[in-house]
Write a protein that binds this ligand. Sequence first.
Ligand SMILES: [Zn+2]
Length: 678
Amino acid sequence: MSRLSIDEVVLQSPQNPTSPKIDTGPQCWFWAGWEPARHYRRSGKSGSPFFGKGAWLPEWEKRKFSNELIDAALDLGATVLITEFLKGFGRKLEEENWPKLKDFVDRCHDRGLKVWGYAQARSLYFETLANEVDDWENWTAKNQDGTRQVFAQNYYRCAPCLTSASYEAYTASTITEGISHIGFDGVHLDNAYYQHCWCPRCAELFRKSLAERGDFEDLLGIPLSKHIQPPPIPLQGGVGLDPLQILWIRFGVDVRLGFFRRIREHLLATHPQLTIAGNPAFPRSDTSFLSRCVDPSRESEAFDFLCCENGNLPRIDQGWISSQAEAHLLAESGGYGIWATAWRETEDGVAPPRGPGGIWAGLAEEYSFGDMLGNNWAFRPSGEGARFYVEDEPEMAAAFRDATSFFRHLDSEIRPGKRRTWAEVAILHDPLSASLSGSSEIRFNQALQQYLLQKGIPFHIVMPGQAVPEMVRVLVAFYLGAISDQTIEQILEFAQQTGRIAWMGGNTAQNDEWFVPRDRRDVERYRSAPGVYFSPAFGDTWQKASRHPIAAAPSESGGYFAKHSIDAGSDDWSVFEEVFSSALFQATVHCDRPSHILVHSQIAEDGRRLFHFRDQSGSGDLVNGVTLRVSSACPDQSTARVICVGKDQKSHCHNLTMQQGSLHLPAFHHYAAAILEG
Ligand SMILES: [Zn+2]
């Protein structure tokens, strides 16, 4: 440390942390004024205080739209609140609340807060909806046996069929008119996913889409006829599906994105400034292209923001890194923003972050990837019922206040503009191939992400059809058991022109996108093309050990990061070592740091390099021994500004000179940023 010239500046705390107008810097959201008492009562649950009903409900109703709540949210750094709007009970019943919501939104606007309305996109409470819509049965999605598809195992809520024109018109006009009346700045379409519908209308539309292709007989060997029916599909990995099933899966993705794209167009026609967010219940351990009709490469057709909703609350769990990096990176490639409604799994169900360090870990990860800050829990009813959760946890509230204030200061200090990931490694992710290859491909990908996070190697995720970012030197393709010739040609071109491909797994490129096995000679040609490093190691490991090489936590909606059967030093892990510690990949930037400090790097709009270091463990302990080493292959960087969190939980700024390509960071708590000034 003594070799560095340190000009330490302690940034001033804002005079008024609840300053009303916040137009720049990171946005921060909370649920607030949410959600309808009617919903709590009908569910009848008494389990989790966050979701169930209780004797506290009338008290809660009186408080949840109060000025006191608005002030508390501002105090924690909120810029956006998401409030109740439409829950699926039907417009007649729900518009009784619109005057109350308008009043709430007006008061929020007076204080400089934006408000999004929550509209449930996958739950029709038919018991009340049927009072105003005669045709409601026609709006519901059908299972293959003709029964109604229910939502969330609730017999009294059903999922909509997204090809119903009258449901679409009703949804579009109800949301549009509600927004006009209430004055929302955005709308959040919750559970905006789709699990196919086997009603006669969908069957007819499916056949029509097949007729338009012109290659039906080539694909299936039989001519198209009116007797073709939508086939059954598994909800988990689809290994061995036939071409009709693959066509049905793709049809579902088109139906879902078409529906939400038209809703978006309708809303923007009258409210061009409106922000549109959706929750596709992603990313999770399963293959969501198949099971929820979600295509992360196309979601920007319909949404500005997606929320990532799973059990991967940023933390370290039994030595394994739990992170939303995958969601942030898919979003960056896909051209939309992310906000997180993550949790951690416990024996008592889903739970919020643990302690102030947990709050910092989540917000630091969100800031590192340039996405919205926020929290799923702060203004939900707490264990005491009619209390906001943060009232029971003053330490957590203080951590929020400190952290949002810190990140806002940081942002105004460094003014990064539109920043993006700077990484020399990219993972190729093909959503369709992942669905057709079952869980193997997903697990390989998760294991690789786990390895890169643990090693502190920043990475991109690239999807088919997307350009590989120019700084990428190694593209890693795992498994990819069902990819098109087009995708193969695209990545071989990358290998010939700029970088290398590490291609792993015995099944790599074996099948095309219809799961038809390729000619063996073509597969060999791809695997031995210039710039391709092919290793079948994963397949071998699998056969040798008679087990799946990498197991992921099994929970459908919970944590899914790869863990359990990979250990440092095992055969599986050594395959990664082979790639990332070999001549194949020599990183130009390397970071020495304690293993619980994660690294992400970005490039600012003006070309400056920005490094984020975050304590994923949430311990809050002092972090020592972080050194950034920049190789001579990197353009000359002589000075750096390091802005980090001090013991006082405030910003500390250090202007440092790099010594022989090394930058030693001062000790910090929670998070530090280093900006190479050149
Ligand atoms: Zn249908």
